[in-house]
Design a protein around this ligand. Structure first.
Ligand SMILES: Nc1ncnc2c1ncn2[C@@H]1O[C@H](COP(=O)(O)OP(=O)(O)O)[C@@H](O)[C@H]1O
Ligand SMILES: CC(=O)N[C@@H](CCC(=O)OP(=O)(O)O)C(=O)O
Length: 298
């Protein structure tokens, strides 16, 4: 009897949660949401399955999600086994000819297919691509010090719209072509996600990572930031390391017409759903306009 009551209460809570999600479901129907899934946020098989389930649910309720993934730790592992040292400058990997081959192999071969498979296992349809497919992302060298690290200069995202139309979830590896023949560039996952979100003028860019958001000098997570606050925290060195490409990406994406960028903790359960479909929100929301009365609304 006690168990029956407990089950009933749990079901009532589920029904209430669904009902409360209605305004958000209505708001995001038809929206484009680009989700950057970082290597550190990927975790174990269960975490991967849960992420995939959230993405499939988004698609099911009419959102057009694009997954852009990282895989830094997986690249580090293979480079280590091959005796190649990993070095980062301002959060980006210094990439020579040998390294770019390993990066492409790991990202397009291993990580991309693992995510595609996880989405298929949850009943969604997914297709894996890299920035090279259909010339989606064309780059120039970002900085001579970094070698074959690309900065996207030309985006052709029609293939993503075609996949939306077919009900298919695109999963994109951050590897791109250059202007010359047979060039390959390693693109930071955040940078690639921002360029794709900008080209699609996405409603949301979600950058999933392994911290609960952007922290201030006191170590507290800032739930909302303006671009100016981001610049100030960067100038004072509070935003550092891997957070730099994320916040740089956020500012560039906003300039290109993305409505808002959220940096959130991919390790917490159902992070994407929490951000999109509940009053609660998650992580740090960055956008140009001042907050309105209801804090998470745009
Ligand atoms: N102000 C800051 N707030 C939060 N994290 C920061 C900040 N400055 C630097 N970081 C670091 O940035 C890291 C996230 O970047 P990164 O490790 O590249 O993530 P991912 O692999 O998920 O892309 C955090 O783990 C944290 O150590
Ligand atoms: C230029 C550059 O730094 N490219 C990244 C690409 C993968 C990535 O961004 O992975 P995470 O999101 O897991 O960090 C790299 O080589 O590690």
């Amino acid at each position: 009897m006690k168990k029956q009551l407990a089950d009933m209460n749990a079901s009532i809570t589920t029904a209430r949660t669904l009902s409360e999600a209605l305004p958000y479901l209505q708001r995001y129907a038809g929206a484009v949401v680009v989700v950057k899934f970082g290597g550190n946020a990927m975790g174990d098989e269960a975490a991967m399955a849960e992420f995939a389930r959230d993405i499939v649910l988004m698609r099911q309720v009419g959102v057009n999600p694009v997954v852009v993934h990282g895989g830094g730790p997986m690249i580090n592992d293979l480079l280590k086994r091959l005796g190649i040292e990993s070095r980062f400058v301002r959060g980006k990997r210094v990439t020579d000819k040998a390294t770019v081959e390993v990066v492409e192999m790991v990202l397009t071969g291993l990580v991309n297919k693992r995510i595609v498979q996880a989405i298929m296992d949850e009943g969604g349809r997914a297709v894996g691509l890299s920035g090279k497919d259909d010339d989606m992302m064309v780059c120039v060298a970002d900085d001579p010090e970094l070698g074959f690290v690309g900065r996207p200069v030309e985006m052709n995202v029609q293939v993503l719209r075609d996949l939306f139309g077919a009900g298919i979830i695109p999963v994109v590896a951050p590897v791109a072509t250059g202007m010359g023949p047979n060039e390959t560039f390693n693109v930071n996952g955040d940078t690639a996600a921002g360029a794709i979100a900008g080209a699609l003028k996405a409603d949301r860019l979600l950058l999933l990572t392994d911290v609960s958001g952007v922290k201030n000098a006191a170590g507290e997570v800032m739930t909302q930031l303006t671009p100016q606050e981001v610049r100030d925290l960067t100038d004072s060195g509070v935003i550092a390391g891997g957070m730099i490409p994320k916040t740089e990406t956020a500012l560039l994406a906003l300039e290109q017409g993305v409505r808002a960028v959220v940096i959130l903790d991919g390790r917490i359960a159902n992070a994407c759903l929490l951000e999109l479909f509940t009053d609660h929100g998650a992580g740090s929301l960055i956008r140009s306009t001042e907050p309105r009365v209801k804090p998470r609304e745009t």
